[in-house]
Design a protein around this ligand. Structure first.
Ligand code: NAI
Ligand code: MG
Length: 497
């Protein structure tokens, strides 16, 4: 088994697997290539991991196909599938401290948030474990001469490509519904953050999964990701990441075997505060909505709209609140915001901040790098923005938001929908009618009222417009991994003699 002894400030020494996880074993890449994993807090190299090429993707897909056609499909009951997922949830719970520490080390997220992510993985895996033996078909009566039944069948081998902002949570969101419904998977983690998923792989065999059901490979998008999405023996691809790559995935599916595609892409979500809102609550949620996970959230509330009567007071208080967010070492228990994930993301965000300044927007707070080592950026608020500015239209994916003033409900609904995206939105008000009218009018997959980022594994999550299609979480996610088969049995005499 390819592994290395590492240390995190919270775990002491631990064994970090570095191989590709295929057929329940950690193996070396066929070509023996590796790539470096960087610690975003101090920019040092943590270790190197095996890098999957097309050949390794072929091996992982073959392992998944063999499992799907063999033991998993023919001998494993739904109850057993559920049990393995519940076992995996229990093992995540037992190993919470280590999993969270590795997540903070590799991704830079604050340790308390990383523990929250692991807790959400536990909830998600356990929830889908519960679904495994509740996948039901139907009997449809068309005539006394026929018996028709409709089966819900797994799709087969699913390729799953995940991003770096929630490395473990996206792993659990993808595995849960796919495996509960009887599919086998090949997951490609993000090249920025391969480590926590590899530690999680050590739990798969222990949970009871037969070899080949869950395969996890580290590697780059353009090589391993592209190979997976254009593979002729992959029946479905589920992707979370940028809209640009989402388009490439659809093209790859169209150009290969027309595999099914679900996409969870970016966003530029409006966070709307009415003058009648409880202002203390609204400020807390707006702050959490943009700065949680360092702004690296697909559903980040990055466009804040505030009604004119409270605008000045809101900006003043929001500035004070944002400046108080504890930014620093992700391993300090009181840290709220750690470093951005990589040099590239850091440069992209700083580029947007410069762009906003040049376009004439006002920096209310922040706007600078913190320190000289590690990818730390001050929580940043822009005001005096116009709708056509890049910082208002494009996903920044960092601790940067814009605040604009609005007058009426009708105006803010139009502003809220003035984006190519449609992932999430929020409205803060004490008026029930306003809340419902605005929530129903916003083109988004999720709308929060007097809250933000309140995701739960029981509630569907996903986008409209260019934020993608398909839903993750909840019962809705099962549909992404099932296909419908009609079996029609003739009972009477032959119709045509
Ligand atoms: P990305 O979309 O390039 O990466 C996400 C995943 O896709 C990674 O696993 C990557 O290896 C893979 N990938 C990249 N190119 C691929 C290809 N041609 N075929 C198949 N897979 C491919 O995102 P990146 O470059 O890391 O971040 C860029 C921007 O994307 C961010 O600034 C943010 O705006 C957005 N993003 C959105 C996320 C979300 O949760 N919706 C997550 C990550 C990034
Ligand atoms: Mg890293």
């Amino acid at each position: 088994m390819a592994s290395i002894t590492l240390k995190t400030p919270h775990s002491g020494d631990y064994e970090q697997p570095t191989g590709l996880f295929i057929n329940n074993e950690f193996v070396k890449a066929v070509d023996g290539k590796t790539f470096e994993v960087i610690n975003p807090t101090d920019e040092t190299v943590i270790c190197s991991v095996q890098e999957a090429s097309e050949k390794d993707v072929d091996l992982a897909v073959a392992a998944a196909r063999k499992a799907f056609q063999g033991e998993w499909r023919l001998k494993t009951t739904p109850e057993q599938r559920g049990k393995y997922l519940v076992n995996l949830a229990d093992l995540f719970e037992e190993n919470m401290d280590l999993l969270a520490a590795v997540e903070s080390l590799d991704n830079g997220k604050a340790i308390t948030m990383a523990k929250g992510d692991v807790g959400a993985c536990v909830g998600c895996l356990r929830y889908y474990g519960g679904w495994a033996d509740k996948i039901e078909g139907k009997v449809v009566d068309t005539s006394p001469d026929a018996f028709n039944y409709i089966r819900k069948e797994p799709i087969g081998v699913c390729g799953q490509i995940i991003p770096w902002n929630f490395p473990l949570l996206m792993w659990a969101w993808k595995i849960g519904p796919a495996v509960a419904t009887g599919n086998c998977v090949v997951i490609k983690t993000a090249e920025q953050t391969p480590l926590s998923a590899l530690v999680a792989c050590t739990l798969i065999k222990k949970a009871g999964f037969p070899p080949g059901v869950i395969n996890v490979i580290s590697g780059f998008g353009k090589i391993a990701g592209a190979a997976l999405s254009s593979h002729m023996d992959v029946d479905k691809v589920a992707f979370t990441g940028s809209t640009v790559v989402g388009r490439q995935i659809m093209k790859a599916a169209a150009g290969s075997n027309l595999k099914r595609v679900t996409l969870e892409l970016g966003g530029k979500s409006p966070n709307i505060v009415f003058a009648d809102a409880d202002i203390d609550n609204a400020i807390s949620w707006v702050n959490f909505g943009i700065y949680y996970n360092h702004g690296q959230c697909c559903c980040a509330g990055s466009r804040v709209y505030v009604q004119e009567g409270i605008y000045d007071k809101f900006i003043q208080r929001f500035k004070e609140r944002a400046a108080k967010n504890a930014v620093g070492d992700p391993f300090h228990e009181d840290t709220f915001q750690g470093p951005q994930v990589s040099q590239l993301q850091f440069d992209r965000i700083m580029g947007y901040i410069e762009e906003g300044k040049k376009a004439g927007a006002t920096v209310e707070v922040g706007g600078n790098r913190i320190g000289t080592k590690g990818f730390f950026i001050e929580p940043t608020i822009f005001s005096n923005v116009t709708e056509d500015m890049k910082i208002v239209q494009e996903e920044i994916f960092g601790p940067v938001c814009t605040v604009s003033k609005f007058k009426t409900k009708e105006e803010v609904i139009e502003l809220g929908n003035n984006t190519t995206y449609g992932l999430a939105a929020a409205v803060h008000t004490t008026n029930l009618n306003t809340a419902i009218e605005v929530a129903n009018s916003l083109k988004a997959g999720t709308v929060w009222v007097n809250s933000y980022n309140s995701l739960h594994w029981q509630l569907p999550f996903g986008g409209v417009k260019e934020s993608g299609h398909g839903r993750e979480l909840g019962e809705a996610a099962l549909d992404n991994y099932l296909q419908t088969k009609t079996v029609s049995i003739r009972l009477g005499d032959a119709l045509f003699g």
